[in-house]
Write a protein that binds this ligand. Structure first.
Ligand code: CO
Length: 186
């Protein structure tokens, strides 16, 4: 079971490395890792389990964050309200953004990261809409379109596979600078 102590923090060079593509069929080790990463997200979103194990809530966790430099990330964006189906839930493997909107998007509240133990305010400017191609754990190729919040989450996770952290996208001189076409996502 992945806990906070298994998650590496900024300063660790694995977070700045280019992760390796994953080979199929998944090795037992990769399969275990994928399941463990998704279990972390599920547990972290359960208030009782999160408290019990001291887990910070997360909607995404990438393999480099547990010091495995492979192109794999778990994403779990919950639906609104109890018993709602997740908006997006999958382990995305070797993901590629094949196209994206010109229109930028950013979360109104900025972003956080399980590997960053400090608040860094500012708009993290990303694409508002993306078309994402990836492989799931079964090795099936998926191609999906995402917009707004789940699109932002997937871009954050894919960045982890390329050594990029969210604050790299914040304008240091003017963190809340917004172009007219920026979609602010609450
Ligand atoms: Co992160």
């Amino acid at each position: 079971m992945i806990k906070m102590r298994d998650i590496i923090r900024e300063g660790n060079e694995t977070l700045r490395a280019e992760a390796k593509p994953v080979k199929f069929p998944l090795s037992d080790q990769d399969q275990q890792l994928a399941n463990d990463m998704m279990a972390y997200l599920e547990n972290s979103q359960d208030p009782e389990l999160a408290k019990k194990y001291g887990l910070r809530a997360g909607v995404g966790l990438a393999a480099p964050q547990v010091d495995v430099s492979e192109q794999m990330a778990a994403v779990l964006v919950p639906g609104e309200g109890e018993n709602a189906e997740p908006v997006f839930k999958d382990v995305i493997i070797n993901p590629v953004i094949v196209s994206h909107s010109v229109q930028p998007g950013a979360l109104t509240e900025g972003e956080g990261c399980l590997s960053v133990d400090r608040d860094i305010p500012g708009y993290v400017i990303r694409h508002d809409r993306i078309t994402l191609r990836y492989y799931n754990m079964a090795g099936e190729q998926k191609k999906i379109r995402l917009k707004n919040y789940p699109a932002i989450v997937c871009q954050h996770e894919i960045d982890h596979l390329h050594g990029i952290l969210f604050y790299d996208h914040i304008d240091g001189n003017s963190p809340f600078n917004a172009d007219d076409d920026l979609v602010l996502i609450s």
